[in-house]
Design a protein around this ligand. Structure first.
Ligand SMILES: [Zn+2]
Length: 276
């Protein structure tokens, strides 16, 4: 898409207008046909092709502006919904035993005290469990429709969450009503990202009013980039998320979520179908 609607006043927003004032438009733009929330996609050039900057959206199925967003779901099929979902948040990061691996960057110590190598996040069973819940929710927002239970354990057996999964799941629309400071499993869709005074905000929409995930810790941000193999934090625009975290409210009432480690979060990213 090259033009979207600026939601507050219904005017057109072009790529040029957006680039002149991203703070104004970020989180406040929508497809001018189906009204789905939109986000800005930077242009880039490779040896093979140039991609002009544009807007993307998860368009409604009948929208004629629809271009395909491909979810990164390869190999993510589940063998039925388990009645009990066990998420071990205390699992060590996977460590390489490959002696031929290149030497780690000097001074790069993980929060676990051991230098680590990175592999696919899918190799971490705890994220995989979260991913499975997220994939189920993406297909059916009312999941689970039974009384599936969940147990999430951290720090040498400390129970973070235990009980009926449905009681702990909080969709992004309900985040403003979530109890402050209590662990819940939040899920929704990231519309846009921005950095402000060193803090990273993953925003569900308008960053002034709609929920965000706040990442203030630079180590956590670096882990996020590496563990989810993000070339650019913008790769999370349009992604579905699920996060075991705690809700807070800013003074103006805006809800936001904080979480501790990358294994507490999972994403279902989408890539734009490359055209031409
Ligand atoms: Zn549309």
């Amino acid at each position: 898409m090259e033009t979207v609607t600026y939601v507050p006043d219904g005017t057109d927003c072009t790529v040029t207008l957006y680039q002149q004032d991203p703070e104004k438009y970020r989180g406040n733009i929508a497809c001018d046909v189906c009204g789905e929330k939109s986000w800005f996609v930077k242009g880039f050039s490779t040896e093979k092709f140039d991609r002009a900057p544009c807007f993307a959206a998860h368009h409604a199925s009948e929208c004629d502006k629809k271009i395909t967003l491909i979810p990164d779901d390869d190999g993510d099929s589940t063998s039925g919904d388990p009645a009990t979902i066990l998420v071990d948040l205390d699992k060590q990061r996977k460590q390489t035993i490959d002696v031929a691996a290149p030497a780690p960057k000097p001074g790069k110590e993980s929060r676990w005290g051991t230098t680590r190598m990175y592999s696919s996040i899918g190799d971490y069973p705890e994220n995989k469990s979260l991913r499975q819940i997220l994939t189920s929710l993406s297909r059916n927002p009312d999941y689970p429709e039974d009384d599936a239970t969940v147990k999430m354990v951290a720090d040498n057996g400390r129970i973070v969450i235990q009980g009926t999964l449905a009681d702990y799941l909080v969709s992004q629309e309900r985040i403003p009503d979530a109890p402050i400071g209590e662990a819940r499993v939040f899920w929704g869709r990231i519309n846009n990202v921005n950095k402000n005074n060193g803090a990273l905000w993953l925003n569900c929409g308008d960053y002034k009013t709609e929920p965000s995930i706040l990442i203030e810790d630079e180590d956590l941000e670096n882990d996020l980039m590496e563990d989810f193999r993000l070339k650019d934090i913008d790769d999370l625009q349009g992604a579905d998320f699920i996060v075991v975290g705690v809700a807070f409210k800013a003074q103006n009432g805006k809800p936001y979520i904080k979480f501790g480690f990358t294994k507490y979060i999972a994403f279902r990213k989408y890539t734009l179908e490359s055209r031409g």
